[in-house]
Design a protein around this ligand. Structure first.
Ligand code: ZN
Length: 162
């Protein structure tokens, strides 16, 4: 299983998640420092044993563009964990809560994952008209949340930095 390391900017803001390999390189080159280690892991090489980093911080500030998760079918499915937001079963289509034909917009709060059965059954109606209930109110995902879901990365001990 791949090992991931959380990378923070010099000002402690979340930047991204990187591979252990890249994190070690940054540390080795003196470009980053270790903030947290994984207490359960060590890295062994023939000559040394070092603690495995879990969170590192860059020692120089990089300007990171404000990142938004693009609204695409794939990303809506990732946000909803491929669960139909009406019946909870696996789904692979996107339903517009207020149908497009009736002025529904292509926005995060109007798009949900739906299974073929629910999507076809709902057709050109609102959930109320179709007597269907959304399991949860759809929201625009935060970049980090989406990122972790996309790569199926657990939170490790990152919580306090996110
Ligand atoms: Zn369904």
């Amino acid at each position: 299983m791949a090992e991931y390391v959380l990378v923070l900017n010099a000002g402690y803001e979340f930047l991204n998640v990187t591979s252990l390999h890249r994190a070690i390189k940054l540390l080795y080159k003196g470009k980053a420092e270790v903030l947290e280690i994984r207490p359960d892991r060590e890295i062994h090489s023939p000559s040394v044993t070092i603690d495995m980093p879990s969170i590192i911080r860059l020692l120089y500030y990089i300007v990171s563009p404000f990142r938004e998760v693009p609204l695409t079918k794939k990303n809506v499915l990732i946000r909803d964990r491929h669960n139909c937001q009406y019946c909870g079963k696996k789904g692979n289509t996107v339903d517009h809560i207020l149908p497009r034909s009736r002025g529904g917009k292509d926005v995060w709060t109007n798009c949900v994952c739906a299974c073929g059965h629910c999507n076809t059954g709902k057709n050109n109606r609102t959930p109320a008209e179709a007597d269907m209930k959304l399991l949860r109110k759809p929201k625009k995902p935060m970049y980090i949340t989406w990122f972790l879901m996309k790569w199926d990365i657990g939170l490790l001990n990152w919580n306090k930095y996110l």
